[in-house]
Design a protein around this ligand. Sequence first.
Ligand SMILES: Nc1ncnc2c1ncn2[C@@H]1O[C@H](COP(=O)(O)OP(=O)(O)OP(=O)(O)O)[C@@H](O)[C@H]1O
Length: 672
Amino acid sequence: MNASDWLVRSFDDFFGSGDISSSVIPEKSHKGNSGRNHQRKKDLSAVPGCSKNKGLSRKRAKLSSVDLPCNKSRLNWNQSQDEPWVDKYKPETQNDLAVQKKKIEEVETWLKMHIFQRQPKQGGCVLLLTGPAGCGKTATIQILAKDLGVQVQEWTNPISLDFTKEDLRNISGHNSNSHAFPSQAQAALFQDFLLRANKYNKLQMLGESSENDKKLILIEDMPNQFYRDPSSLHEILRRFVRTSRCPLIFIISDNFSGDSNQRLLFPKEILEELCISIISFKPVAPTNMMKVLNRIATAEANMNREKNYAPDRTSLELLCRGCSGDIRSAINSLQFFSMKDFWSRKKKSSMLKSETPAAMFNLKKKTKSDILEDQAIQAIGGKDASIFLFHALGKIIYCKREPLSESEFPQLPSHLLEHRRDMLLIHPEDIVEKSHMSGTVFNLYLHQNYVEFFTDIDDVVRASEYLSTADVLCANWNVSSRLVMEEYSTSVSTRGVIHSNTSRAFAHCQGGMGFRPLHKPQWFFISSKYQENCAAAKSLFSSFCLSPECLQTELLPYLAKLANPMRNEAQIAFIQDVGRLPLKRHFGRLKLETLTEKDPGVPDLLVGYEEDPAEVAVQMEENRTNENDWDGLPLSSSQRSGSDLPCSQPQPVAAQVAMDEDELNIEEYDSD
Ligand SMILES: Nc1ncnc2c1ncn2[C@@H]1O[C@H](COP(=O)(O)OP(=O)(O)OP(=O)(O)O)[C@@H](O)[C@H]1O
């Protein structure tokens, strides 16, 4: 087999030689009539509501030979040689699935309830499956649908929108003109597909039994238009839910910026309004992954010794580690690694000096920390091991260590013995990089959270010094040096916090801390409030011609002391809010917002500014044209009523109490 064959076969749908694969297409259409299928696909691509053109789907590679129970027997030897292993070893039963049993049961229960025990007009017929890519969401649905005898009707974004204006007019029901964009047309086709799929039974194909007309609608390919204008999706869903006759399932994979796609397309209000259920999958657990990889490696080794290497256990473990719970990526990597072709070519190009993948994996592999150190190996075929901020912070704060034997310890002079530590199991700089967070924001999070994990005040003092140094390194350097300085800064902050925490200095004393929640920095809120106050002070007290700082720290506290400061209502409110701060008996602490597992880390309002939080507030101020109309950021509390801060922000808890208790009474001065 040569590499291009392998590729071409995987993409054969695309090159026109493939099949139209769908869980609802009879086997007969699957092989051997490529020309006809190609023609048919082309035709179908323009047909609204067509779910059969999965050959054109973004998942074409992984689904190129799916769902056909006896497809394996039909393949000749060479074909099966070239077949991607994700397809060749695709799970056939629930037991084969490398997915948590609990999740499979959850989905199964939901399906049964919404297909077989469905009441007429019962709401809640929409399910959202989320989780990282390649964790088996689609595979689970396909197997459960097969087990329950339910047909799957799947939407695939048409890539060719060569329909006529007439078609579009028919679909959208209004007079379309030349301004209709393909993406809008895609959304119109989607709407049409959904309404038809809901209304009509699926066409019975040759060879399909007519016993069961139960079906579910599956959407994995989301029309682009909905990302631009989620409300159009919501409108379609509202209509669907009113008339739904079968369940509708969306599969949305997480991306590096957390669950932002999910939140964009399915905000909380829509989930509640349409009673949409959510089931979140986790990355495939390493033990499950190892089982699958072992099974495949053994089967291949037995079948095809001359062509494939059989990776040893260490190699498989490394593959597992490198694919971040993505079983598709793990199996693909295994296939690459097992190819003798691949390694001989590598050898020739002298990119790698080792002869076999096993040798390659085993390069200086002795200790756990060595394994971690050599993550470069995993870059070959391995998946980008991005981690969510929540986990990145956890890795720094919990800083796992490995015990060192006496002989391995570096010999420190006696005056440095207090700095003796066990070996870290992580590289802090790698962790920050994989979190996709700017150094400044990462430092903010660390600063907000580290104290909770310390037990000794002297340690806190040392850590805070490191954080101060890191802060200086993150200051307003010029653009070209800022990135480099940020790297130094996070190195100092993370290593500083880790090293200062003497209660976690050795592997044997790391237990017992338990889980503690992480919180979002108050900085975002405080900084924006500071900027607002500056702007408000400037505009309300412009006649004094003082800087905002001077107004807030000198003039307003003075005015606050006057019983009758001769001000209008807005000014009085502002003086009460800002000028009296030191007089408040209880200085209120802000209630912190918890950082959740997949939170992107930067409040929605600040997305886009995250590169440099120091500029965030300034930028926000500049963007602000009409502060009363602008509902993106909280106005100062003197200009707004009570606690309507955005929910992504910490909420003041004690401010109102302090205000109530304050005996200071400022009267309004009527100049007339
Ligand atoms: N034991 C297994 N369990 C789950 N999937 C497996 C297994 N063995 C092989 N596979 C293959 O791994 C792939 C899993 O991808 P799947 O499409 O189910 O993931 P997903 O969570 O829907 O992610 P995405 O959104 O990226 O498609 C499928 O091609 C499936 O056939």
